[in-house]
Design a protein around this ligand. Structure first.
Ligand code: 6GU
Length: 288
């Protein structure tokens, strides 16, 4: 996979070189280019924004700068080499999430296309989800356009939509200063799903959201810590019992924290019976 990002703050995207993403770059699974939008500015001041038509606060990013920038990056014809190098040699270091003999597999749902996928992070976009991350983990080439200030002139997005596949996405219901942090978030969610990056297949099939539920709690040694005990069932050696307990913890946490997720979760009759019982107990505790 190749990922390019266009931004006025290239150093803000430096974390893409580290840890798991740096490892993917070293392994040749991932190439990342970060490009300074000002490279495509045409005036002496290298300006990339201007005041909004119709008045109002803030500045809007200029179409004559963004248009050529996206054309160039999407076509892979950038003059200067702006590919990131991994920050650290990782290849000789085994990681906790490397598991021998785990088969590589990719997710369904990628839209087969030669056109790059252009992702425009914006609080006005559709919510970014794990389903998007899975679909986009099959892409050949993703280009991110990071807007700042009051956004990018809408014609840049409308024009790009005629040539690329464009997605305007939000990472949550709050406002950030610009799209850079959203690029870090979305890239990490996508790249960890590329076969061979995380190594351990089970570790993402049990992720929160993969089955529509939040993950329950995890424990390691010591068995007692600051007077708190690890739940007894985890020492039973009974895998079926442990699996059932984990499922119930996931159901209970989802019901308590994100009950709206249950409507779309894949639930068995046993799950539903547990939730009914758990809800009753919950209400009893509240004296209702
Ligand atoms: Cl993707 N961008 C910005 N600027 N703010 C956001 C966002 C994205 N998602 C939530 N808030």
């Amino acid at each position: 996979m190749r990922i390019d990002a266009v931004t006025i703050f290239p150093e803000y995207l430096d974390p893409l070189r580290h840890a798991l993403l740096g490892k993917a770059i070293e392994q040749g699974i991932l190439a990342v280019g970060v490009h300074d939008l000002r490279h495509w500015a045409t005036d002496v001041h290298k300006s990339v924004d201007d005041s909004p038509y119709g008045g109002g606060p803030g500045m809007v990013m200029k179409p004559e700068v963004w248009g050529p920038a996206l054309d160039c990056v999407a076509a892979g014809t950038v003059a200067q080499n702006s590919d990131l190098q991994s920050s650290l040699p990782h290849l000789d270091k085994p990681r906790h999430d490397d598991v021998e003999g785990v088969e590589k597999h990719s997710y369904d749902g990628g839209e087969e296309s030669d056109l790059p996928l252009l992702i425009v992070p914006t609080p006005a976009g559709t919510p970014f989800t794990q389903t998007d991350a899975q679909a986009w983990s099959n892409e050949e080439h993703i280009v991110f356009a990071c807007g700042r200030y009051e956004g990018i002139d809408q014609r840049v997005i409308d024009d790009a939509a005629q040539r690329y596949r464009v997605r305007e996405v939000s990472i949550g219901d709050y406002v950030l200063i610009g799209g850079e942090v959203a690029v870090l978030v979305i890239t990490e969610a996508i790249v960890r799903l590329i076969p061979g990056v995380l190594g351990n297949r089970r570790s993402h099939e049990e992720d929160s959201f993969s089955d529509g539920l939040l993950e329950g709690p995890s424990y390691t040694k010591p068995r007692t810590w600051r007077g708190l005990d690890v739940p007894e069932v985890l020492f039973s050696g009974n895998h079926a019992l442990v699996d059932q307990w984990r499922r119930e913890q996931a159901l209970a946490r989802t019901q308590a924290v994100r009950p709206e997720l249950l409507a779309h979760a894949d639930l068995s009759d046993a799950d539903r019976a547990f939730l009914d019982l758990h809800l009753d107990e919950h209400l009893d505790e509240q004296g209702e």
